[in-house]
Structures are given as C-alpha cells and as structure tokens.
Write a protein that binds this ligand. Sequence first.
Ligand SMILES: *Cc1c(COP(=O)(O)O)cnc(C)c1O
Length: 420
Amino acid sequence: MTTTKSEALLARGQRIVPGGVNSPVRAFRGVGGTPRFMAKANGARLTDADGNEYIDYIGSWGPMLLGHRHPEVLAAIEDALTIGTSFGAPTEREIELAEEVQDAVPSMEMIRLVNSGTEATMSALRVARGFTGRDLTIKFEGCYHGHVDSLLVKAGSGMATLGIADTAGVPKAFADTTIALPYNDVPSLEAAFASHGASIAAVILEPVVGNMGCVTPTPAFLEALQALTKKHGALLIFDEVMTGFRVARGGAQQLFNIKPDLSTFGKIIGGGLPIGAYGGRAEIMHRVAPVGNVYQAGTLSGNPLAVSAGLAMLRHIRANTGLYDQLEIKAAALCANPPKGVTVNRVGSMFTFFFTETKVVDYETAKTCDTARFGKFFHHLLANGVYFPPAQFEAAFLSTAHTDADIAHTRAAVHAFFDA
Ligand SMILES: *Cc1c(COP(=O)(O)O)cnc(C)c1O
C-alpha cells in the first residue's frame, strides 16, 4: 500500500496546521504511522490521496448513519444551494428540523440549533446554571462533551489517547466547577450529592459512552441519576451528540425509557454538515434569550445547508425505521465470537474492540487495554482495506451502506490478525 501522497501532505500540513490536522485524533498519535489524507468517500468506502480504498468504520465519527453521499441527503444539499447558503434570519426549514427532532425525541419540548456538539453542551450547561442559579456540574471520567472549558476534566476520547489528563488553558476556577466521578459508580454519585447537593446545577453524561470506547450504563446507575437529580433539584442532561439517532431513532433515552431535563444533539442530525442542537423541558428552555435572560447566539446557526442535509437524513430515518433492526443484525454479525483477549462492547451499530480481558464498565477498566497491541491491530486492518478508529478509546460505527460482503471481509481481516 503506497502512502507517499499522504506523507507529503502531512509534511506540508504540519508546517501550517498544528499536527497537520484540524482535530487531534486524525493525526494517528494513538496508533503511530502516517495519517491518511482522504480524497473522497462514497457509501461505506473511503479513498485516500494515494488511491487506496478502505471500508469505513468511522463514518465521520458518527454522522454517516446512511453512508457517504446518500442520494436523499445530496439532493437536499443541492436544493439548498439554489436558495442561498446563509441569511442571518429565520427560515421555515429550521422549524421543520426542530419538529423532526421532537417527533423522534419527545423530551425535546423546545429546541435551539447551534453549529457543533461542543456548542450544544456548552449552551445546555449555561441554561442549566441559569435555570437553577447554581454553578457546579457533575460529569463522568472518560465522557467527552466537546472541548468546553469546564468539561475538559478527565474527558476521554482524544485526551485519553494522547494521555492528557487535564488540558492547559482552562482556568482553575472553571475546572473547579466540575466534579468528575467514575461512570456507573452509584456510591460516588450519592456521596457527591450528599456533600454538594444544593450547589449542583446539572449532571451531564453520555447515556451510552462512545468516547472512552463503547461503555453502557447499568440500570442501577440510570436509576440513581434520575432519583438524585430529582431529589436535589439538579438537571439531568443527556449528551446524545453521538447516540442521538444512532442507537435508536429516539436516542439512548428511548432505549432506557428516560426523560432527561435537557439533551444535546449533533453529528447525525446534520447529515454530515456542521450542526448541533440542545433542548428539553419548555420551562427551562424559556430561559434562553430572547425569551429569557440566558444569552446564546450564532451567526451561522440554523444555516440552510446543514439544516437541509439534517432534515433529509431525519426524514429518511422516519420513513425507514427498520434500518435500526438491519444495523443491529449486521453489527451483531461483525462482533460475534470475539477473538480471545478482546472484550467487545456494542450497542446497536456503535461498538469497540477493547484489547483487554477485563469487563469494561468505566474509564479505569478501559485503561486496562493494551493500546500498543491495538495499534498493531489497527494497522493490520488498515493494510487490509479496513479503516477502524485510529485510537483504542473510541467507538466504531456501521452504516446502512455496509454490505454483508463488507462485514465478511472485515471479520476475515480481524480474525487473521489473531490467527497470526
Ligand atoms: C462528538 C461529541 C461532542 C462534540 O461534538 P463536536 O461537534 O465535535 O463539537 C460532544 N459530545 C459527544 C458525546 C460527542 O460524541
């Protein structure tokens, strides 16, 4: 496999862009080797600058539920181009997209569109603080909620891969507003509420974690989250930026039958274009300006291209809800009979091959992984035309564009690594 063009682009990029990439995980620091610069994508396939083809298990880190260049999404973007790409004034389609999200996720009584998942969680936290008049938030170790200052504490994902415990550049006063607890640990949650209950504005979590690799919540943890937030007047925020329209049309909150006070979305709801959304109980969202006194704004928020792509995506999903059953079957086939020495966690079409025999339930257990061996596994797959996430602490994604032949090829490549 030739990678001369990617190597040249990396060298050129590193002179002008930090690490040659616009988001750290793309630099392959977790697995070594040359990051592939992509030239194009179609369906479940990526093609790099040297013309190498890969079966794509990143799906742009989540958005590509329907694969790349889905015809209905492309048509919606083309249609949007004919009317203009940004007005700085409201449009009907923004209302339609909000209604479409609400139809799938009833807890979203009111919704505000923003431009990224980071903006969504940042804004949801601000509203939670404004509504409760409190400053503290609880988050969980290994959960990533975008690069919001106060949430970059034990934040999983790229920081876990790079071994950055706490990022530089966040004032101590901001980090001090965050209490980071182990995921799935009920006693530590109870203890935090016992000592700080009256000051806690919100608990934010990934209701199925993707950003320390795929980790599921226990029923007891979910129950404690609901009971303790309710008892102490704190808000429960589900960060569904990854899980929304991924693990089910109604997100993780549909799977677990929970109505959070606030939720955040991104990724899939933009159909592959930049978007985010936050929302929830009307009483809380009425605090957002111009109705209330919590300020939040965006020059390009609700921009016609992203909204049109997202709308086409969500309409396609509503008309084809059976796609989740098909994804489940394909993902189950891909993950069946995991190789010895590997723990596979999977919820629907998101999954992680953890290189450990320990059951992975939180960040501590995720860290038992042999990341060096994962790096070898990653490069073995890459050489065989399979593009997995280039880091142990990330989830992989299937799309409706993956064929049975793609799954069979991938399984063969996975098992060849362990046979060798
Ligand atoms: C990706 C992600 C974010 C951040 O979204 P961006 O669009 O990258 O800012 C926030 N929360 C979760 C759970 C995510 O997976």
